[in-house]
Design a protein around this ligand. Structure first.
Ligand code: SF4
Length: 416
């Protein structure tokens, strides 16, 4: 019997991945949002020193065993992994171990790895890889629309409602079976245009001057609203607007890193390298096509065209040849955000995260060399400490910086 794939809800983009898996005939579902039970179950099987994402992912996967339909013989947990020093590489083997010890050795743990640019997903079919990639890009666009609109909406809840409807529409296109690549791209683009118009129709009072805050840091924690105690919503409630770094940025970084490893191994001229280059070309073409209708809407929110640009500017703070992971991207994003006229940067990381600690050590110098741009690290450990006061103070710093920042922000036409 085919297995049911359980995908962790790191972010709503997981819905797009599940839809892509369904498009090739798989039974894929996304886990429900995390809650107190998540932390309780996770903590039961951990020593307490692990990173918060370990507790959240393990706890959510264990919650699956409490559902009436759970059948260990037909269950597969999707838990990506990575190579290198980061503890993230231990999550999948540890989850496997816990399930085995609990008497569920039949449960499979599927672990696509960043080391090969998540090509294991590709082994399930190039068709799937491409649809999943388009799903991530489409979700990045949708989330950007949400964050650009919500702080200015006239009626609280309008933007979230439009977001929910739009996410379902995207998934409907992504999960359609038997659709050719071109037809799916056209359908996705048409859906995104409809979504753009839906957001455009939301009654909103766009006003210049609201502090724009770049959000970066460890990918799980910054994307997972439960883990970061809804930092972005709190920031908006305190009078800010968030510009959250994309998921696709991480995928581009993994692609880049895979090619760098191949070169280091002397496999510059290999079929694997050829495949990686081809994948980049296809992904780039899809991304350009999906983002094309949004040039005006995201005026002032443009990301660097190439991941190398981020890595190049960050290299003087953290040589990317000797480091890896989010810290490398965070080092470079400071300069990119700065040039786009943000009023501050927040780094979101789990408590004791290696990436967060390295980044935090770099920020004072980066701030100094970027006209005093306020940069603050927020760490999360699942205890739910109220961060509102810290955000208010940070926004005061951002407002002060805004008055003297050297790079003015550009606004889309919806701003008067
Ligand atoms: S990136 Fe940070 S939080 Fe994530 S596994 Fe590594 S050390 Fe832990």
């Amino acid at each position: 019997m085919a297995r049911r794939l359980y995908i962790h809800r790191m972010a709503d983009g997981a819905e797009c991945l599940a839809a892509a898996l369904r498009s090739v005939g798989m039974d894929a579902v996304v886990l429900p949002p995390s809650d107190a039970r998540t932390l309780e179950l996770g903590a039961r099987h951990l020593a307490g020193e692990e990173c918060l994402p370990a507790k959240v992912t393990l706890g959510d996967f264990l919650k699956v065993t409490e559902t009436p339909t759970f059948d260990p013989a037909c269950a597969a947990l999707v838990m990506p992994t990575t190579e290198g020093p980061c503890r993230f590489g231990q999550y999948a083997p540890y989850i496997r171990k816990v399930f085995r010890e609990l008497g569920y050795p039949e449960v499979q743990v599927i672990s696509p790895t960043s080391g090969d640019g998540y090509q294991q997903v590709g082994n399930l079919g190039p068709e799937l890889t491409r649809t999943a990639w388009r799903g991530f890009v489409a979700w990045d666009i949708l989330r950007k629309l949400l964050l650009r609109t919500r702080p200015y909406e006239g009626t609280p809840g309008d933007a979230d409602k439009a977001y929910g409807i739009s996410l379902r529409e995207l998934c409907t296109v992504l999960e359609k079976r038997g659709l050719r690549h071109r037809a799916r791209l056209e359908a996705l683009t048409a859906t995104l245009v409809r979504i753009r118009d839906r957001f455009g129709a939301i009654p909103a009072r766009y006003e210049r001057g609201r502090p724009l805050i770049g959000i970066q840091g460890e990918i799980f924690c910054r994307m997972n609203e439960f883990s970061n105690d809804a930092l972005i919503r709190r920031l908006e409630a305190c009078g800010g607007e968030a510009w959250l770094s994309d998921v696709s940025e991480w995928v581009w970084y993994c692609n880049y890193d895979q090619e760098r490893c191949l070169r280091r191994e002397g496999r510059r001229l290999s079929f694997t390298m050829l495949g990686a280059k081809l994948r980049d070309l296809i992904q780039r073409a899809d991304e350009v096509a999906l983002r094309a209708p949004f040039a005006e809407d995201f005026l002032g929110y443009e990301d660097p065209k190439e991941i190398e640009e981020i890595l190049r500017v960050g290299d003087r703070y953290l040589p990317q040849a000797g480091a890896a992971g989010e810290m490398v991207l965070s080092a470079g994003k400071v300069d990119c955000f700065f040039r786009k006229g943000v009023d501050g940067i927040i780094d979101i990381s789990p408590f004791s995260c290696m990436n967060g600690i390295v980044s935090e050590a770099l920020y004072p110098r980066q701030s100094q060399e970027h006209a005093g741009l306020p940069i603050k690290s927020f760490y999360f450990d699942g205890t739910g400490r109220d961060i509102t006061h810290d955000l208010e103070i940070f926004l005061e710093l951002a407002r002060t910086y805004q008055r003297r920042k050297p790079h003015p922000r550009r606004y889309p036409p919806c701003f008067p």
